[in-house]
Design a protein around this ligand. Structure first.
Ligand SMILES: *Cc1c(COP(=O)(O)O)cnc(C)c1O
Length: 643
């Protein structure tokens, strides 16, 4: 039996502290999430003042009263504000501590969460720090220049640029934005110079380089020599020569690199800064004025709370990150007597991950069940089934692996016999039932073994319940599906009750990939999630946390499940909260129109089908009316499971 279930068995009373440990909420929650005495998750908007917290269940009641259905993406603006402040304050602290002479400027890479509300709030909360934006495409630049108001904030243009992109950036500069063109491809430079000359503007130019530093982790393909982005050192020097030839070297003010996202190891971060500083020094030696060092993104989020260099974690905290960056830059540039640059970082993930929580209800559960075994098998029981029963009765700690192999062998034999018509359906079911009794017994004794054979490790997974959640992995957690990214997932209430079940989660797409069967754990990856008994007449809510970065725009319309409802709340000083925004998710008709259906024509066609049925006498005219109403109501409805 699973270790935690055994612990529950031997425990006098389950307290919220047990839930705190089991789900690790204080390890990954960044101080923003905790458990109340009532056993409910509470939100602490500043991450440190426990006096004004809001219970997630109160938010859910408010959502229900407003008639919005699950799933809900809950945005917590206060947390976003806290993250932006924390980023700037941490850099400022490091700057003060080391006596760094330059400044820090943060920019938010729009691609990390492009939703208008998010970018708007980033610029709003960031305005007092001159927090800027990074645009990787024309569309993002167009969004950026409509939302960014602060002329001191940086506007960084990455990505491949065509003439239109360049003109827009130049106009932005003309209107007073600090807009940098970061060269990603050699061919961009002549075009930028030419368009700038035509508009009579001196462009601000940056260069993105490929570093030889490579980092471990999921998302680090953008770093290293073979990265598809950025200039090689040869191309870099060609750009410098070109700028000199055109007498425009004074435009070159920024050096940029991006090692990849979610860099778990601080050593890689340090080593990238060192390398970039060497290149920066080289550019100053070449006569470029420089002044800005843009260290890209990569600042990681501790999704599993382990504080290690595992891909879903990081072995450093924000203060250490800032201190290391400042220290390394000073250590490298001071030797050469080079003035300290303004440091720009493009932290996306670490800025917005904590900001959103996906809430959903469980709609049903399929429990792992075995039927009781008969006292004595019937006279004419097929031999294979008798053999399987013998396996069950002879199972001990010593012969576990052997019994496991035998059980599988006999079960497969029984299935073969069934296929050839040699045993009945009921006999087959008896066989399968005995098989699962064997598996259950093995699972129960497994933890008594000193060494667990690898083949048996997965048994628990096979015995887990399936909890069906009202959400779509493809739509709301694309990274969970695409790259097995781990997010913290846990119940948002009943945390003062022992979670007696082990489950995997299935979404409502009925697709075999629409499931979550890997969960965070402190020292490894858990294959099932401890959950509470599901009661059909009671709502049971789970939350997926830290989903503010990268999950909202990649989502696809798998099974035509659309965007979820979005609710934003603001938490007041007295611990009260208000709903600041509600965005209704897609209706069925919305998602159909995304895939080019003409829903008006569909209604017309369906009405004709119904009319034909009336003429044939299959339904009455009155029934036709009811059916049409249901059809139209369905089109207007939410794409998820509605109660
Ligand atoms: C994606 C990206 C970022 C954001 O990285 P995070 O790890 O999310 O902070 C920053 N800069 C560039 C160029 C990117 O492509």
């Amino acid at each position: 039996m699973n270790q935690h279930l055994k612990n529950i068995g031997s425990m006098e009373r389950w307290t919220i502290e047990n839930s705190v440990d089991l789900y690790g909420i204080r390890n990954w929650g960044g101080g923003y999430f905790d458990i109340s005495d009532k056993g409910e998750i509470v939100i602490n908007p500043t991450g440190n003042d426990p006096s004004h917290v809001v219970s997630m269940m109160d938010v859910i009641s408010g959502i229900k009263e407003r008639g919005l259905g699950m799933p809900i993406l809950l945005r917590l603006g206060d947390i976003l504000q806290s993250r932006i402040s924390l980023l700037h304050d941490s850099f400022q602290t490091a700057i003060d501590n080391f006596g760094y002479k330059g400044q820090y400027r943060g920019v938010f890479p729009i691609k990390v969460n492009q939703q208008q509300q998010v970018v708007e709030e980033v610029t709003h909360f960031g305005s007092k720090y001159h927090h800027g934006l990074e645009a990787g495409s024309k569309a993002e630049l167009i969004a950026a220049i409509s939302l960014l108001k602060d002329p001191e904030a940086c506007l960084i243009c990455n990505g491949y640029k065509d003439e239109e992109f360049i003109d827009l950036g130049l106009y932005a500069q003309k209107m007073g934005f600090k807009c940098f063109f970061v060269i990603e491809m050699p061919s961009e430079l002549p075009m930028i110079l030419e368009r700038a000359a035509r508009l009579n503007i001196k462009p601000l130019i940056g260069i993105r380089i490929k570093l030889s530093t490579r980092a471990g982790g999921h998302w680090t393909e953008s770093g290293g020599d073979r990265s598809i982005f950025g200039l090689s050192m040869t191309q870099l020097i060609q750009m410098v020569d070109y700028l000199k030839e055109k007498e425009m070297i004074d435009c070159l003010q920024l050096l940029h690199y991006h090692l990849g996202s979610q860099i778990p190891n601080i050593r890689d971060i340090r080593s990238a800064v060192v390398e970039a500083c060497r290149v920066y020094t080289g550019l100053v030696d070449e006569g470029a004025p420089m002044g800005y060092l843009d260290i890209g993104g990569g600042l990681a989020v501790d999704y599993d709370g382990s504080h290690t260099n595992f891909t879903s974690s990081r072995n450093y905290n924000l203060a250490e990150y800032c201190a290391d960056v400042i220290e390394v830059i000073m250590g490298t540039l001071d030797d050469q007597g080079i003035p300290h640059p303004t440091i720009i970082s493009e932290s996306g993930r670490a800025t917005v991950a904590y900001y959103s929580v996906l809430l959903f209800n469980i709609i049903d559960v399929s429990c792992f069940q075995t039927l009781p075994l008969p006292e004595t098998p019937a006279e004419d029981t097929p031999e294979m089934i008798v053999n399987l029963l013998d396996v069950l009765h002879s199972l001990t700690l010593k012969n576990m692996q052997e019994c496991y192999n035998d059980a599988i062998y006999y079960r497969d034999e029984i299935r073969q016999l069934f296929k050839h018509g040699n045993i009945s359906l009921r006999e087959r079911i008896t066989g399968e039932n005995i098989f699962w009794h064997v598996m259950k017994k093995i699972a129960a004794d497994l933890s008594k073994l000193k060494h667990i054979p690898s083949e048996l490790e997965d048994i628990e997974n096979a015995l887990a319940d399936i909890y069906y959640g009202n959400f779509s992995v493809f739509q709301s957690l694309p990274d969970s599906w695409a790259i097995d990214h781990l997010f913290p997932i846990m119940p948002v209430h009943r945390l003062n009750e022992p979670p007696r079940r082990n489950a995997i989660l299935a979404d409502i797409t009925c697709d075999c990939d629409g499931k979550i069967d890997k969960f965070i754990a402190t020292h490894n990856v858990r294959k099932s999630l401890p959950l509470h008994d599901f009661k059909l007449d009671e709502d049971y809510y789970l939350g997926v946390f830290l989903v503010g970065a990268y999950q909202e725009t990649l989502g696809d319309l798998h099974n035509l499940l659309g965007d979820t409802n979005i609710v934003s709340i603001q938490i007041k000083q007295n611990g009260d909260f208000k709903f600041v925004r509600e965005i209704e998710g897609d209706s069925v008709s919305d998602v159909l129109s995304y895939v080019e259906y003409d829903t008006k024509a569909m209604v017309v066609q369906f009405r004709e089908t119904a009319e034909k049925a009336v003429r044939k006498g299959l339904i009455s005219p009155n029934e036709r009316q009811q059916i049409m109403r249901a059809y139209q109501k369905g089109l207007r409805g939410y794409t998820y499971f509605e109660k």
